[in-house]
Design a protein around this ligand. Sequence first.
Ligand code: HSE
Length: 442
Amino acid sequence: MSAPLKLGLAGLGTVGISALKRLVSMENELAIKAGRALRVEAVSARNPNKDRGVDLTRFSWYTDPTEMAKSDEIDVFVELIGGDSGPAEEAVRAAIMAGKHVITANKALLARHGNELAQLAEEHNVSINFEAAVAGGIPVVKAIREGLTSNTITRIYGILNGTCNYILSRMEDEGIAFEDCLKDAQRLGYAEADPSFDIEGNDTAHKLAILTSLAFGNQIDIDSIFLEGITSITQADIVAAEELGFRIKLLGVAQKTESGIEQRVHPTMVPMDSPIAQIDGVTNAVAIEGDAIGLITLAGPGAGGAATASAVIADVIDIARGLKVKPLGRPAATLQPYKPAEMRAHEGGYYIRLKVSDQSGVFASIANRMAEQGISLESIVQRKAKDKVELKSEVITKDKTPQDVVLITYETTELAIRTAIETIVTDGHVVASPQVIRIERL
Ligand code: HSE
């Protein structure tokens, strides 16, 4: 057997401790599979006195992760600190420049600095493995970077945030309000330290940016992602979706179009019988469409200590086995500059819910405004508004209860929808912000 592979773990939160425990408890089995022992030599976290439920006295302790990253004690720096800058970034750069392989679960860091870090790793002839950064325990990075290498991928989409899927599933199953579901997600440890990263879609965007690069061979570009979170979704939308044969999921979608690549994160109406619609709770799923494979949907735990640690350890084993793949699947210099497709050119169907004053002529006026933009309606229904709503218009009087008008359009463009809604709002019938949810053809 070769010499042991010496590891330094930075960040001893849920994932770090879980990885540490598995590396220790499965030591013998992992050594056989990897062809050499995997030995944690050093750990790093801010507070050495915190009780983490594990005996850490046998490992060298570093309060400064950068110091550990540079230390001769380790061959591999495992970064589980998080954050797109600060200590995580500094330590990862230091590790690479010191010739250490890097394993990271840090999607924010890769989304922001992945191109440069991939280049730096190549220059120093080390690996950056990041299976845990996208969709937790699902081996999707490996699937795209290795298993599907010969495919031309045309679209990739997924449920990439467990917290959002948990919230939407519970809103649907139990009729619970958004805020209560979020509190439970936080209590159960699914949410990020700042849950706005989950519910505003940033976490999904980070993961999507990485997947897009792997799938299409472009440079990572987090800033071009169209982003909408789930905070505006109400029970009225959940109920309407169900009646119309859809479920609402927060999807990250990347697809090639004639004008460039579309990267978007937004609540999405997905057909109830599609594989992605079956994904409930904290589970993640990634669907990959390729010319040779057709459609592959991978589903599994997207968060949680053990599941994420499983991905981290798989990355460690790849390094122990001497398996070396360019971080983004090809030499960094050959990654294409990212060419964004404009969101207003996006084509698809739309769900629109307008809260209007119940007056004659409103319905017809809305339908006319849609027709003016060449938007063809699949359905338009009026329903009694169920939501508690803060009305922002004085149009409402006691005898004119607001109504929800729900429209489903056939395929149209984002520009046409935005223009039509703008004119409808200007017409003055709408008494609350319009709700627009894109429908994804699956
Ligand atoms: N907050 C993330 C989620 C954790 O809810 O999916 C995994 O990235």
